[in-house]
Design a protein around this ligand. Structure first.
Ligand code: 5GP
Length: 224
């Protein structure tokens, strides 16, 4: 069975990074799609784990080679999702999670409307501002750009199927997990497994009752 594509988006500082870390530690079979970016590496970040940190030139070559499922300029830097990485997780049968901005999320949803889309809503502007300020990873200019962008970004929740209010990390992680687990139980997402089960019933029915159902619902007696 193929995995689901899960799009997680929020304004910058919405706390989706921390939520994903908690979610990944639950080991529920989710792959994370590491994005490409041209932004500078922050202290503590690791190339290939947090992002693939590349130059502008490298990023543009990848755009020209059509390597991205989506890409966008976010707060002045390029960010993009690798098609190959996403495909490899999904082919392995794992759900794959994309942690991307609202513009990128909308591009992916247009291309892949079957994706599960989740908007992480900060509980208030103050909470978002506090998160961005205390993590101290941005210059004051970058910080005000991100805060300013959040006014528009937070209104974009309407385009997403689920909204998780990130008020308390453990509870928000549980709600996120429950969405992902419930999505796996959807009938349409389990058709391959269901067909195999029905085949086993059909085979046994013929053996045990001598009956086998034909296309229009009529029953036919087997001669054996
Ligand atoms: P940060 O610089 O704080 O790591 O990320 C800034 C914003 O870029 C966040 O909202 C993050 O979700 C978004 N982002 C990260 N990777 C991608 C990506 O591959 N595509 C898009 N469109 N946005 C991304």
């Amino acid at each position: 069975m193929k995995g689901n594509l899960i799009i997680l988006t929020s304004p910058s500082g919405g706390g989706k990074g921390t939520l994903i870390l908690h979610l990944m530690s639950m080991n529920i079979g989710i792959g994370y799609s590491v994005s490409y970016t041209t932004r500078k590496m922050r202290e503590g970040e690791i190339n290939g784990r947090d992002y693939f940190f590349v130059t502008d030139e490298d990023f543009k070559t990848r755009i020209a080679n059509n390597e991205f499922l989506e890409y966008a300029t976010v707060h002045g830097n390029y960010y993009g999702t690798s098609k190959a990485l996403v495909d490899s997780h999904i082919a392995e049968g794992k759900d794959v999670i994309l942690e991307i901005d609202v513009q990128g999320a909308k591009i992916v949803l247009k291309k892949m409307p079957q994706a599960v889309s989740i908007f992480i809503m900060p509980p208030s502007f103050e909470a978002l501002s506090y998160r961005l300020t205390t993590r101290a990873t941005e210059t004051s200019e970058q910080l005000s750009l991100r805060l300013n962008n959040s006014f528009d970004e937070v209104r974009e929740y309407e385009d997403f199927e689920y909204v998780v209010i990130n008020d308390e990390i453990d509870s928000a992680t549980k709600r996120l997990e429950s969405i992902i687990l419930a999505e796996r139980q959807k009938r349409v997402r389990q058709m391959d497994a269901i067909k195999d089960i029905l085949n086993s019933f059909n085979a046994s029915k013929q053996r045990i009752t001598g009956e086998n159902k034909i296309g229009n619902g009529q029953k036919r007696r087997s001669k054996y």
